[in-house]
Design a protein around this ligand. Structure first.
Ligand SMILES: [Zn+2]
Length: 129
C-alpha cells in the first residue's frame, strides 16, 4: 500500500467516514454506528466483539494522555496531588466518552488498511438480493 493511499484512508478514519469509500458517515448518533456503509456496503462490525480492539485503543490513549498531562501539570503548575487526582479522575471518565467514536473509527480504519476485504466474501459485505 502506498503512502498516499495510507494517508487517504487515515484521513477518512479521522473524519469518521467509511475507510473504503470515504463518503458515508460511520455513526448515526453519538454512540451508535450504522451496521454497513450507506454508500459502498462495507460491513463495519465484521464479527461479534469486533470493536474490542477499539476499547484497547480508547484505554491506551486515555491512559497515555492522562499520564503525560499529570507530569506536565506537575512540572509547570504547582497543584497538590489531591487536586491532580481529582482532575485526572474526571478526565479519565469523560475523555473516553469523547474519544469513543474516534477509537472505533481508528480501529476500523487500521483493520481495513492491514486486512482489506475480499469483495466476494460475505462477511464483509451485506448480502445482495
Ligand atoms: Zn463506504
Amino acid at each position: 500500500m502506498d503512502l498516499q493511499r495510507t494517508r487517504q484512508i487515515l484521513g477518512r478514519g479521522f473524519s469518521l467516514r467509511c475507510p473504503r469509500c470515504g463518503t458515508a458517515p460511520l455513526f448515526r448518533g453519538p454512540f451508535s454506528m450504522y451496521p454497513d456503509c450507506l454508500s459502498c456496503d462495507l460491513r463495519f462490525e465484521r464479527e461479534q466483539g469486533y470493536f474490542v480492539g477499539a476499547i484497547y485503543i480508547n484505554y491506551a490513549v486515555t491512559a497515555v494522555t492522562a499520564i503525560v498531562g499529570y507530569f506536565a501539570l506537575d512540572r509547570f503548575i504547582s497543584i497538590s496531588l489531591a487536586q491532580q487526582l481529582i482532575l485526572w479522575s474526571i478526565y479519565a471518565v469523560f475523555f473516553p466518552l469523547f474519544f469513543f467514536r474516534y477509537s472505533r473509527s481508528l480501529w476500523l480504519t487500521l483493520d481495513y488498511m492491514f486486512n482489506p476485504e475480499i469483495p466476494s466474501d460475505e462477511r464483509y459485505s451485506r448480502p445482495r438480493g
